[in-house]
Design a protein around this ligand. Structure first.
Ligand SMILES: Cc1cc2nc3c(=O)[nH]c(=O)nc-3n(C[C@H](O)[C@H](O)[C@H](O)COP(=O)(O)O)c2cc1C
Length: 387
């Protein structure tokens, strides 16, 4: 039976288990370059047993970043740092994955813990943000949005293709397009952000044209043997925004354009959401199950799946194919090892490199002193404290 620890093959790539580290922007790059921090962060998660390891969203152009501290893949000079990231992930037994992004009208920010404000276009660390229409998101995203011309949309698609070529050169084996979270792809899909009257706005077919052209541009240069996936803002949770039914139709169209797996998330095209599901366990799962059933294609999701029993259940029952973990991967680099132990897998240490798995298996230890929680804490001995 397929479980969380079963290998997963998509196209020509086999992942050692069904656990992926979800992409997470870390605000640690300079000039979009990956550095020791990223090698440490992503290498340690591969060493901790994550089968698929996503680097943070990498911008296809400088103004596609969230902030000046975010990673990019718009310059050949960025390939070297990215190659270090992919090399360590592979060395630790993982498959390196990239998420290509453009933040659209939600770019030009400062770090969240420094206030997260959007910076005006004339600020040294800011830029003119762009979108399908000249409609600012609102709230802190207050600066005017430049509505992209057709020529500019074409240039963005060319940037996607160039970024995919660099991703290949850097050694990535899995490529996800970021069409969620209120960024450029998400705003083209959402009537809340897209009020164009040309072939990129209006009907569902028009609102998904940006994505289909982007997929075509990438698929043309990204080898067939490597998965091409995308994360979709599949619901805006707002009456005037993207409805999940539309997402199913859109993914169906994308499938015909070479999409191999759909990673479902929310639209985040507005703060005005009818419901706030963020404290609910696995709140994308019902949508994922529906999409999988209706389109018969591989599906992944994130959002509150970090409970091992839940992650295991949704794989065993075939609700999704891959569990994407964000915050659990930040808080516990060895989440897969811990989950394997919680789920009573035979050899949890089989997930870490043999260099230290051997010691963990063979060196005798008190079972409460291995480095994870125990059910019954032992009574602590007295040591004859001097005072
Ligand atoms: C610090 C941080 C940065 C994130 N950056 C990205 C990103 O670059 N791209 C993306 O698609 N999602 C991003 N996300 C969302 C996560 O990938 C994930 O979908 C979300 O946290 C829900 O999963 P979780 O409940 O396991 O944390 C980020 C989340 C966090 C906490």
């Amino acid at each position: 039976m397929t479980d969380l620890f079963s290998p997963y093959t998509l196209k020509g790539v086999t992942i050692r288990n069904r656990i992926a580290m979800s992409p997470m922007t870390m605000y640690r790059a300079t000039d979009g370059l990956m550095n020791d921090f990223h090698v440490m962060l992503l290498g340690s998660r591969a060493a901790g047993g994550f089968g698929l390891v996503f680097a943070e969203q990498l911008a296809i152009s400088p103004e596609g970043r969230t902030s000046v501290n975010c990673g990019g893949i718009y310059d050949d000079a960025q390939i070297e740092g990215l190659s270090r990231v992919t090399a360590i992930i592979k060395d630790m037994g993982g498959v390196p994955a990239i998420q290509l992004g453009h933040t659209g009208r939600k770019g030009s920010e400062v770090k969240p813990w420094e206030g997260g404000a959007q910076l005006p276009p004339d600020h040294p660390n800011g830029w003119q943000v762009v979108g399908p229409s000249a409609i600012p998101y609102g709230g802190k995203y207050c600066y005017p949005v430049h509505a992209l011309t057709r020529e500019e949309i074409g240039a963005i698609h060319a940037s996607y293709a160039n970024a995919a070529k660099r991703a290949l050169a850097a050694g990535f084996e899995w490529l996800e397009m970021h069409f969620a979270h209120g960024y450029l792809g998400a705003s083209f899909f959402s009537p809340l952000a897209n009020q164009r009257t040309d072939e990129y706005g209006g009907s569902l077919e028009n609102r998904v044209r940006f994505h289909l052209e982007a997929l075509d541009a990438v698929r043309a240069v990204w080898p067939e043997r490597y998965p091409l996936t995308m994360r979709l803002g599949s619901d805006d949770l707002n009456e005037g925004g993207v409805q999940f039914d539309e997402a199913i139709s859109a993914v169906g169209l994308m499938k015909a354009h070479g999409l191999d797996l759909a990673d479902l998330s929310l639209g985040f095209n507005t703060d005005e959401m009818q419901t706030l599901p963020f404290a609910d366990l696995g709140f994308m799962l019902t949508r994922a199950a529906r999409l999988k059933q209706e389109l018969g294609m591989p599906v992944a999701t994130s959002w509150n799946l970090g409970l091992p029993a839940l992650a295991s259940k949704v794989i065993r029952e075939g609700v999704i194919d891959l569990v994407m973990l964000g915050r659990p991967a930040l808080s516990n680099p060895h989440w897969p090892v811990w989950a394997a132990r919680e789920l009573q897998q035979e050899d949890p240490f089989g997930l870490v490199p043999e260099d230290w798995a051997w010691w963990l298996r063979n060196f005798r230890a008190h079972p409460a002193c291995i480095g994870w929680p125990v059910e019954n804490n032992p009574v602590l001995p007295e040591f004859g404290s001097p005072g």
